[in-house]
Ligand binder design. Structure first.
Ligand code: GUN
Length: 297
């Protein structure tokens, strides 16, 4: 029997524990605050940001939202970030990516105060992650790590293959999997668009993380018998539904589940975990900035 992981259930349990952390903070007079910044008219980005705000509201995190026109000058965005950096009610800042072409993404990421960088994308936080001293683990790979732990899949000594080398998922996923730390210690290969013999490599994986952003391109024939398959992909494809599209992963779920031992669905797998780990980082950020010890899950 293939074990289909329930990301919503694992998320719920972590969010329950985070609620206790928030109680600890509020007892000390601190309400954690997350600022989301959107400079895009992309409907998917708008949806993600509103889901993040809703999750904050549900848990008792104050959510602050700033929106800029997609054609506003880049300086306007830096101005908003400066203002949020200086606001003591804001413990976490998230600028939804991608930003428009005329805005330099690297400059944006560097402008966020590293102590408020709940995405973990500022070079200081990337460096700390690589050095094995993470402050904020990036939300999606951290969520994958928590899902694996909840499914009792310990990466230690296993062969892990990550497909995709993005700064948001692939690279930090690799860094978490190779760390000499719980949830790490895997022998890790990162595949990408220039990889030769991709299927041979993916078939050799005990743990396969698909994060390439290509709909359903990993099928059952690319998966080893009994492997753990984590699908990070969220792709909108045209479909005869009310919205005119449906969400599919990077993995062809129906064929993959025939071979996989453990698999995540899309939606309902990694997606909810990403938002949960953003809440986690916001609570952590509030604890650091307000000097309150919180017992994170
Ligand atoms: N765009 C897609 N994923 C993410 C994420 O995790 N954080 C931000 N800021 N933007 C994203």
């Amino acid at each position: 029997m293939t074990n289909v992981l329930d990301g919503n259930a694992v998320s719920e349990s972590i969010r329950d524990d985070l609620a206790d952390c928030i109680d600890t903070l509020t007892h000390e007079g601190v309400t954690p605050g997350l600022a989301t910044v959107l400079m895009s008219e992309d409907p998917a980005s708008e949806t993600y940001v509103s889901m993040k705000q809703q999750a904050c509201d549900d848990l008792g995190i104050e959510s602050i939202h700033r929106e800029l026109d997609a054609d506003a000058p880049a300086g306007d965005l830096y101005g908003v970030v400066d203002e949020l950096n200086a606001d003591p009610a804001v413990h976490g800042i998230l600028v939804q990516m991608p930003v428009p072409d005329h805005v330099d993404e690297r400059t944006v990421l560097r402008s966020i105060d590293p102590v408020k960088d709940v995405d973990g994308f500022h070079p200081e936080n990337v460096g700390r992650l690589v050095a094995g001293d993470a402050r904020f683990k990036p939300c999606t790979p951290h969520g994958v790590q928590k899902l694996l732990a909840a499914a009792d899949v310990d990466p230690e000594g296993k062969d892990a293959v990550v497909v995709g080398r993005s700064d948001i998922v692939g690279k930090p996923m690799m860094n978490l999997l190779i760390q000499k730390a719980p949830g790490g210690n895997a022998t890790t290969t990162v595949c990408h668009s220039r990889t030769r013999d991709l299927a041979e490599k993916t078939r050799s994986a005990d743990i396969l993380v698909a994060a390439a952003g290509r709909p359903q391109f990993i099928d059952g024939s690319m998966i080893g018998e009994g492997a753990t398959v984590i699908d990070v992909g969220v792709n909108r494809v045209d479909a005869d539904t009310e919205k005119g599209y449906e969400l599919v992963g990077d993995v062809d779920f129906e064929s993959a589940r025939e071979t996989a031992g453990v698999i995540t669905p899309v939606p309902g797998g990694v997606g909810p975990m990403t938002i949960t780990m953003l809440l986690y980082n916001t609570v952590k950020a509030a604890g650091i900035q307000e000097d309150v010890a919180v017992d994170l899950p």
